[in-house]
Design a protein around this ligand. Structure first.
Ligand code: FE2
Length: 449
């Protein structure tokens, strides 16, 4: 019997099955080194939309075979935090001159007045194609539900169906202007959940008062329990060290038992908390078992805008959260929109920025940053057994022009093949430079200095 597809001689590590390797957070790899001799080359057999065989050599045939020559085979990349309703709108109607979160919200308030569902769908699909071509097959997107028409949400729910054969999209009902910023928003959030939003969102630090912020969180947890949905809060995305809604989220996660179903996104104020308070918080967070999402590309540029020098990085404590065993993943947050005019959809860019900005340059730390764009994101999205490379799992995987996560991140390697639900979705050839031989040094003419 011939299979549908065999990938020949790819390098696969057992962490690819879907769980992060056990690591000593001091920087020493306690598990296997991913790029040493223990990594091995295998053939991967796919039939229909499932992985049916993994072995050093499969004595089988297939309709389609791909020779990998030792390239790294990885579970797909996971984009755990993006706003697809606003992607690809940078400069519309004007550029964000101050570079702040709050000017971004003002510009978006203007832009969304002329939002249509077709507009949302076209830009979201363009962005998803950009990401999928670079290995992203699982995405969580926020959808602004602060407009009575719920145009953004309806557009993204439609996109979720349009792409479901090749990409899994989760949609968050996100009240961009606050749950209590407008009298209608609370009801609109509930309507968004009835329409099928996967996750309940929030933005407590943008509510009018601290009390409104706490009340909004209580309402979000109520909604999540009523509708059996996950929670993902934009939490303390500012430099104010008095912005302390993370402790409220943690307390609610503990008391409700929702724990790992709850995610705190951004938490940039955590980078500004004094160490005495941060120490207290770090004692609570593992018990609460929250997920964290950091967005290093954008928060490095949005935050610290009121600082002179020294200027804060405006990031949450990624390294310390990871050292405390908390699940941390990474996202773009934005691609070419009022908050962030750059972005390419390449998750390796995001992880590389985390390596630099969070000073995670040890080998185990670099590998942990790769986990943050793969298996950790999968945990945040609650993908369960559907994620990872193992016999019987859905055949979603990517191939990189590298032999390890370290090399993939160092070189921001090309994702050469994207396999989605058993089918080749995208193939990309790595760039190759061609030297003019007449310009190369001749033997004997090279001077060592
Ligand atoms: Fe966000």
């Amino acid at each position: 019997m011939a299979l549908d597809l065999i990938l020949r001689r790819g390098q696969l590590h057992e962490r690819a099955a879907g769980a992060a390797a056990s690591r000593d957070a001091s920087g020493d790899a306690s598990g296997e080194r991913l790029h040493d001799q223990e990594a091995h080359w295998v053939d991967i057999g796919i039939d229909g939309n499932r992985i049916v065989a993994i072995a050093p050599h499969l004595d089988l045939t297939a309709t389609h075979e791909i020779a990998l020559q030792g390239r790294w085979v990885s579970p797909p990349l996971v984009e755990s935090h993006i706003h697809l309703d606003s992607v690809l709108t940078a400069g519309e109607p004007r550029w964000n001159q101050s570079g702040t979160l709050f000017e971004g919200i003002e510009i978006w308030r203007e832009r969304k007045q002329r939002l249509t569902q077709a507009d949302v769908e076209a830009r979201a699909i363009a962005a998803l194609k950009l990401m999928a071509a670079q290995g992203v097959l699982f995405v969580r997107s926020h959808a602004d539900v602060s407009e009575p028409s719920l145009t953004a949400l309806k557009g993204l729910l439609a996109v979720r169906e349009q792409v479901r054969d090749w990409l899994t999209l989760q949609v968050v009902a996100f009240p961009q202007d606050g749950v209590y910023g407008d009298a209608q928003t609370e009801a609109q959030m509930e309507e968004a959940l009835r329409l099928g939003a996967d996750v309940v969102g929030g933005i407590p630090h943008y509510e009018l008062t601290r009390e409104d912020g706490v009340r909004s969180l209580q309402r979000i947890f109520d909604l999540a329990q009523t509708y059996d949905r996950l929670i993902d809060i934009h939490c303390d995305e500012m430099d104010d060290e008095q912005s302390r809604f993370l402790e409220v989220v943690a307390a609610l996660a503990l008391r409700t038992g929702l724990g790992s179903r709850v995610t705190a996104s951004h938490t940039t104020a955590f980078g500004s908390y004094n160490n005495a308070y941060a120490l207290k918080l770090m004692g609570i967070l593992p018990r609460a078992n929250l997920n964290f999402i950091a967005n290093p590309l954008i928060n490095l540029t949005l935050q610290g805008r009121t600082d002179t020098y020294p200027k804060r990085r405006g990031l949450t404590r990624v390294k310390e959260l990871w050292q405390h065993g908390l699940n941390v993943s990474l996202g773009h947050d934005c691609i070419q929109d009022p908050w962030y005019s750059l972005g390419t959809g390449n998750m390796l860019d995001v992880a590389q920025m985390a390596i630099h900005a969070c000073q995670m340059t040890g080998l185990a730390e670099i590998e942990a940053c790769y986990d943050m764009i793969t298996v950790n994101g999968a945990r945040t999205l609650h993908l369960g057994d559907t994620y990872g490379i193992a016999i019987g799992k859905p055949a979603n995987l990517i191939v990189l022009d590298a032999d390890s996560p370290y090399e993939a991140l160092r070189r921001r390697a090309t994702v050469t093949h994207v396999i989605a639900q058993g089918k080749l979705l995208v193939e990309t050839h790595p760039p190759r430079s061609q030297w003019n031989p007449a310009m190369l040094p001749q033997p004997g003419n090279v001077c060592d200095t």
